[in-house]
Design a protein around this ligand. Structure first.
Ligand SMILES: CC(C)(COP(=O)(O)OP(=O)(O)OC[C@H]1O[C@@H](n2cnc3c(N)ncnc32)[C@H](O)[C@@H]1OP(=O)(O)O)[C@@H](O)C(=O)NCCC(=O)NCCS
Length: 221
């Protein structure tokens, strides 16, 4: 599946739909607005094609709110297990709250099936965001949902003037989304991590290899 924004409406299309219909992507039927509007474009709803009355997924990307918390906890528990609490990035996230305006969930027919969170940080003297956890329920993997949540979060961070989005993750997954390696040893976190997995997507003049210093929650700065 691929999703794209066109003038605030989400276009959604996929191999399955194309195979069934041979049609081109078209705007979805019911792009929604919500009260929690980082901008109208931060709420991306889509109704995937109903082909020959066959219901595929009714998938909606929503800005996170408190009503999603329990479902997100379960998704992260399922994806990462108890080990998630000892990760260095989690140590940073424990220092203060994440920013719900930049955090998003995927909802399929009302069920929360994916989540990405963004936490405001400083990396040395550069302000930015730490992306994660990112998780998609096994039932919905390999549909492009994880990548789309990353793209949505990156776009939201850019809109609020973030300088950099950092994460600890697998380079083969994140490199096509714009993440580059940071300079090994240049950045520290409260706990050990593999420096080859500390990646950065920079905005403007910022450069991943120029970042240095401690990664900490902005509330601590
Ligand atoms: C990683 C995760 C978020 C991907 O979500 P998803 O919606 O299934 O991923 P997408 O559909 O966007 O992308 C699928 C593609 O990424 C690849 N991929 C998935 N995980 C990958 C990884 N860790 N490293 C490299 N490639 C990966 C898949 O093989 C697939 O490749 P293809 O398009 O060539 O077939 C999901 O598998 C997940 O929740 N995993 C457990 C939690 C986790 O590891 N989170 C990331 C922490 S950094």
């Amino acid at each position: 599946m691929r999703f794209a924004l066109d003038d605030g409406n989400l276009l959604c299309y996929g191999r399955r739909a194309k195979r069934k219909t041979g049609c081109l992507p078209r705007p979805c039927d019911d792009a929604e607005q919500t009260a929690n509007a980082l901008s109208a474009r931060s709420i991306m709803s889509c109704r995937l094609f109903r082909v020959f009355s066959m219901s595929l997924h009714d998938l909606v990307f929503l800005t996170e709110d408190a009503s999603h918390d329990a479902a997100i906890d379960l998704i992260n528990e399922e994806a990462f297990g108890p080990g998630r609490f000892v990760r260095s990035s989690e140590r940073v996230r424990e220092q203060g709250p994440h920013d719900r305006r930049l955090s998003f969930v995927g909802s399929d027919r009302g069920e929360i099936i994916a989540s990405v969170r963004m936490t405001p940080i400083h990396a040395g003297c550069t302000s930015g965001h730490l992306l994660g956890p990112l998780a998609v329920r096994p039932s919905h993997k390999n549909l492009g949902i994880g990548r789309e949540l990353v793209r949505i979060a990156l776009a939201a961070a850019e809109r609020v003037g973030s300088n950099v989005v950092l994460l600890v993750g697998d380079p083969p997954y994140y490199a096509p989304l714009g993440f580059k390696p940071t300079r090994p040893g240049a950045l520290s976190m409260p706990g050990p991590f593999d420096p080859r997995r500390l990646l950065a997507a920079c905005y403007g003049e910022n450069d991943a290899t120029a970042l240095e210093g401690e990664i900490r929650h902005r509330d601590l700065a």
